[in-house]
Design a protein around this ligand. Sequence first.
Ligand SMILES: Cc1ncc(COP(=O)(O)O)c(C=O)c1O
Length: 372
Amino acid sequence: MSWKSHIVRKSLSGIEPYRPGKPIAEVQRELGLQSAIRLCSNENPWSLPERVVEAVRLASGETCRYPDPASYRLKRAIAMKWGRSPSEVIVGGGTEGILYSLFQSIIDEGDEVAYAVPTYPLYGLAAAAAGAKRIEVETGETESKTGLDRLIEACGPRTKALVVCNPNNPTGSILTRTDLTALANSLNGRETLLILDEAYAEYVEDPKYASGIDLFDQLGNIVMLRTFSKIYGLAALRVGYAIAPKPVVETYLKVRKVFEVNSIAQNAALAALSETAYIQEVREKTLAERERLSSALREMGIRVHPTQTNFIILDFQDAKTVYENLLLEGIIVRLGDDLGYPGHLRVTVGLPEENDRFLQSLGKVLKRLAGR
Ligand SMILES: Cc1ncc(COP(=O)(O)O)c(C=O)c1O
């Protein structure tokens, strides 16, 4: 065997790198298109409030300095928002950055990380990077009782973390307050951390939904992850946070990248946090557009799954062909296959004009495919 196959970590041999949604410039370059739109990464496409833009501008004048490694002001503002102590707050490079360091700080050899599938692929990748054994539990499309039971049963004495994506990407479904409480209670007294990724929480309408923060005081072994990449509109700046038990935060600080969150991101996130009217407005506009998009798609005879997020899931028998044909039209959506969800396309709710262009192009593509 050559040194090349010896040098790589064996536990990563079966792992595929994350396949992100395609950038606009790449699609235009590869397909020779004049314009393309991105409805593949569940970003907030509405323009930012003036105060956040100003915060970015101000911090960009200080780029010769290292950022505040403690994210002091942002951490305090987050703690205040949730009524917690700053010592229970982690600020990191998005959910992604936090997950990688979090697993590195809690996983010992032989430990497991469990999660239901299909879900956000980063959990498996971050777990593998920390050397954890991955326990993937098929719970089905809706979080049925049996799915929940399977998830609870999958957690053994070596399961250090159970990750729940709530609302879930890519299905758009939620775990209700009742089910979440049952799940959390089943882990109470065990050495398993319940990690709740609530990246899409601000879009939820269902009154049966509850954030994990409600269980934090009662149970303790909970980590709530939030991001500035979605409704706050700061995906490019890479900043997110977690509310976590103090001992977890302390261990996390030993392995995290010290200057991971740059000054522009810290300043923008701080300004964005107090933009409650903007958040409410984006939520309303997104939900209205989602409804308009969903009705138009149903009228076209397409099955649209119920969702509590800023993306919709569509059923297509041959999703790959539809995906590729949409690309040729300059429409970038997400292929379910890349998210462990074959037979589906995931489409982000965009600006009204983007949604119109998507509907028009999809109609054209389906007509073309029907005529083949
Ligand atoms: C479930 C979930 N969590 C988190 C994120 C955001 O990650 P980040 O905060 O690293 O941008 C996404 C983005 O697609 C997501 O789908």
